[in-house]
Design a protein around this ligand. Structure first.
Ligand code: THU
Length: 133
């Protein structure tokens, strides 16, 4: 199985665990780490809505907990005819562990519908060098 197929499978599997009693919108995300391992997460909502977390946040937490700090590729999947793109906060979360050329795969249940480089999605990411005056 290719990296992309494994990412898609892992994201679909994580999506099935999504806790989405409020939006009913299940999302799965899977990251291929620079360590060649795959880390996945789902969205986890909360009755206090802002406390909910996106699938990407779960996958990134799994990556870091697993001892890896570099995203080689990331895939996000939802059941949507439209492309699901990471929300603004998740783009910033991805920015922390990705490079401008990191591939971001956007998928629905039928498969990957678009692949973009991270820099296309967040061209002017706030990063560590912006902390320096
Ligand atoms: N959601 C994600 O998990 N990832 C995204 O990139 C966009 C939105 C979740 C948050 C919430 O649980 C549901 O989708 C509806 O917004």
């Amino acid at each position: 199985m290719s990296d992309l197929e494994q990412l898609f499978k892992a994201a679909l599997k994580a999506r099935l665990q999504a806790y989405v009693p409020y939006s009913k919108f299940a999302v799965g995300a899977a990251v291929l780490g620079a360590d060649a391992k795959i880390y996945a997460g789902c969205n986890v909502e909360n009755v206090s809505f802002p406390c909910g977390t996106c699938a990407e946040a779960g996958a990134i937490a799994a990556l870091v907990s697993g001892g890896c700090r570099k995203i080689s590729q990331i895939l996000i999947v939802a059941d949507s005819k439209n492309l699901i793109t990471p929300c603004g906060a998740c783009l910033q979360r991805i920015a922390e562990f990705a490079e401008p050329d990191t591939l971001v795969h956007l998928a629905n249940l039928a498969g990957v519908q678009k692949t973009a480089r991270f820099s296309e999605l967040l061209p002017l990411a706030f990063d560590e060098k912006d902390l320096r005056k």
